[in-house]
Write a protein that binds this ligand. Structure first.
Ligand code: 5GP
Ligand code: ZN
Length: 112
């Protein structure tokens, strides 16, 4: 499949790993928007939140529990943000479900 993040999971494109198990992969964003910026993705190809099925509910829950753990590992004790962009208006550029985890500075709200 011609999917950038599937290629990253397969190791065909190098990435800077933070965590990996049989279901998910976490790696640092190539263009960080904050001092800490990593992505957590399911290994299963799901295009976005808009493509989630009932059977993916547990996987998404497990990803969020891992996000909490990884945020601690990255010392984001003062807070952080989890973002998932969906489709064109959502600003999604890679059509493989991913959760941005941003922290290490005070983040603005609302986003642009
Ligand atoms: P989106 O815009 O779809 O929400 O987020 C895609 C993210 O993937 C962007 O933050 C972008 O910097 C990141 N990204 C795109 N290509 C690569 C890559 O080859 N390696 C890594 N580590 N991140 C990438
Ligand atoms: Zn994919």
């Amino acid at each position: 499949m011609d999917c950038l993040f599937c290629k990253i999971i397969a190791g065909e494109i190098p990435s800077n790993a933070l965590y990996e198990d049989e279901k998910m992969y976490a790696f640092y964003d190539i263009d960080p928007q904050s001092p800490v910026h990593f992505l957590v993705i399911p290994k299963k190809h799901i295009a976005s939140v808009d493509d989630l099925e009932e059977e993916d509910a547990q996987l998404v829950g497990e990803i969020f529990l891992k996000i909490k753990e990884l945020a601690k590992k990255e010392n984001l004790d003062n807070g952080y943000r989890v973002i998932t962009n969906i489709g064109e208006d959502g600003g999604q550029t890679v059509p493989h479900l991913h959760f941005h985890v941003l922290g290490g500075r005070s983040l603005q709200w609302p986003p642009g």
